[in-house]
Design a protein around this ligand. Structure first.
Ligand SMILES: Nc1ncnc2c1ncn2[C@@H]1O[C@H](COP(=O)(O)OP(=O)(O)OP(=O)(O)O)[C@@H](O)[C@H]1O
Ligand SMILES: Nc1ccn([C@H]2C[C@H](O)[C@@H](COP(=O)(O)O)O2)c(=O)n1
Length: 225
């Protein structure tokens, strides 16, 4: 277990496509705080399991995979942070809905979640941390001083994801994406361990119809009222 830090934490949890990643990165930049994209860790393990050809329902195999996969974040000035999985730059593969579904599947295994706890706690460093995920405010940083739960309608989230993936040149349909997003949210919210849900002390922000700048301002106001 890493040395417990008392640095302040802002947790940003919410369903897929609610804008957690985008808003967390911008808010972390504005505050000058560190950033944890916890979803990328689950995606990296799901991806590594795929590379190894593991059966995602084989609890022992995916747990060993979570314990041994090497995950590095390589920040780049003015560009997307690269995610290196076992020495391979897997950033583009990790952003697909297939990778999201694999991540969601292995994330329901308690021993996989346990294997990623100390790695996540290690991101808490001065001057502060913005932590993005599903259980940041409920399980990983329950003592966080600031907690936000971002939501948006499933239709709006599907539209955002559609635009994002189309811009990357990926062949997707809006209706297919909405179905995939709803299936993933339902699995994430109904699992027995660390389900997707707002912490009791989280500020709920429904971003439907809100622009990115407006959401950033609202979240910053939670930290700096
Ligand atoms: N308020 C907003 N208005 C319009 N587009 C937005 C807004 N917030 C985020 N987006 C866009 O929606 C897409 C999805 O956002 P993002 O990846 O941040 O969501 P997420 O909650 O992190 O999703 P996931 O959990 O699947 O990683 C991105 O293209 C982003 O630019
Ligand atoms: N704290 C977390 C973060 C992510 N997951 C799982 C569930 C998600 O569907 C999947 C991908 O996350 P994303 O990159 O879309 O944020 O990973 C989780 O269980 N707990």
């Amino acid at each position: 277990m890493p040395h417990a830090s008392s640095a302040p934490v802002l947790t940003i949890d919410g369903p897929s496509g609610s804008g957690k990643g985008t808003i967390s990165a911008l808010v972390a930049q504005r505050l000058g705080w560190h950033l944890l994209d916890s979803g990328a860790l689950y995606r990296a393990v799901g991806y590594a399991a795929g590379v190894e050809g593991l059966d995602l329902s084989d609890v022992e195999a995916v747990t060993r995979c979570a314990q041994t996969t090497r995950i590095q974040f390589r920040a780049q000035k003015g560009a997307e942070t690269r995610v290196i999985v076992n020495g391979h730059d897997a950033t583009d593969e990790l952003r697909t809905e297939t990778a999201g579904a694999a991540a969601s599947a292995i994330a329901s295994v308690p021993s996989v979640r346990q294997a990623l706890v100390s790695l996540q706690l290690g991101f808490r460093k001065a001057p502060g941390l913005v932590a993005d995920g599903r259980d940041m405010g409920t399980v990983i940083f329950p003592d966080a001083a600031f907690k936000v739960f971002l939501t948006a309608s499933a239709a709006e989230r599907a539209k955002r994801r559609y635009k994002q993936l189309k811009e990357k040149g990926l062949g997707v349909t809006l209706s297919g994406l909405q179905r995939e997003i709803e299936a993933r949210d339902s699995r994430d919210a109904s699992r027995a361990v660390a389900p997707l849900k707002p912490a009791a002390d989280a500020v709920l922000v429904d971003t439907t119809g809100m622009g990115i700048d407006e959401v950033v301002a609202k979240v910053l106001a939670v930290v700096q009222p």
